[in-house]
Design a protein around this ligand. Sequence first.
Ligand SMILES: O=C(O)CCC(=O)C(=O)O
Length: 264
Amino acid sequence: MTSPLEQLQSEGFVVLRDAAGTDLVRRFREELAPYFATAPFGRNDFEGFRSQRLYALLSKARATAELVAHPAVLELVDAVLDAPCLLSANIAINVHPGETAQSLHPDDGYCGVPRPRRPFGVSAVWAIDEFTAENGATEVLPGSHLFGSEPIAATDPRIRPVEMSPGSVVVFLGTTLHRGGANRSDGVRLGLTPQYCQPWMRQIENMALAVPPVIVATLPERVQELLGYSILPPFIGYVDGQHPRRILNEFSQAWTDRHEPELT
Ligand SMILES: O=C(O)CCC(=O)C(=O)O
């Protein structure tokens, strides 16, 4: 039988079914609901004029950390990327009825290095709602991680929807062509896409500002590392010549000392 890693490497993507339990999926949805209640639609065709996108999620919903650092997903990410890899982007996407399909794209295309090449990222899309061909399930082009930069028609018959139940996740290489599908249903489609990158690359979202140190200090160590509180040997990522975790601990202690009197 083919392992998930073998499938990821040969097809460019793999689906891990029911990787998250219903409780985690429910908590994630409930924590983000107040933000979605007022979130605007996207500002361009890529964000989607009929889609809502939420960023800086680790500052908004605690449950995000559990999905971002899900062991089965990280096992695949760690097998592909150098250590310690980074969380490049992390977006909740609520695709509304009437949304059109995104343009087909690879998530690590911004590196500017010509294809074919090894992936500089690994992405996941978690189904929070049921993902169907009608409601805008993520669509992938199997095998496209090996393609050069030849143009691909939006109607290419090899493109296929990844239908998944809530709590399932599709993991794909940064080089794999994919897109959010068109929503032809009458309901919304909520997904979460954490995107991981090589530790020597710039993250898409500026995580140092997206997640304030007082929140980072409360997150699991692996999530802190993913945000950039780590060292790529020999010394990439230092702060004032020290490991960023040391600075983080000092910062959070200073914050507690300053605010404890107000909180007690
Ligand atoms: O929403 C999806 O299914 C995929 C979104 C995506 O690929 C992206 O925004 O980069």
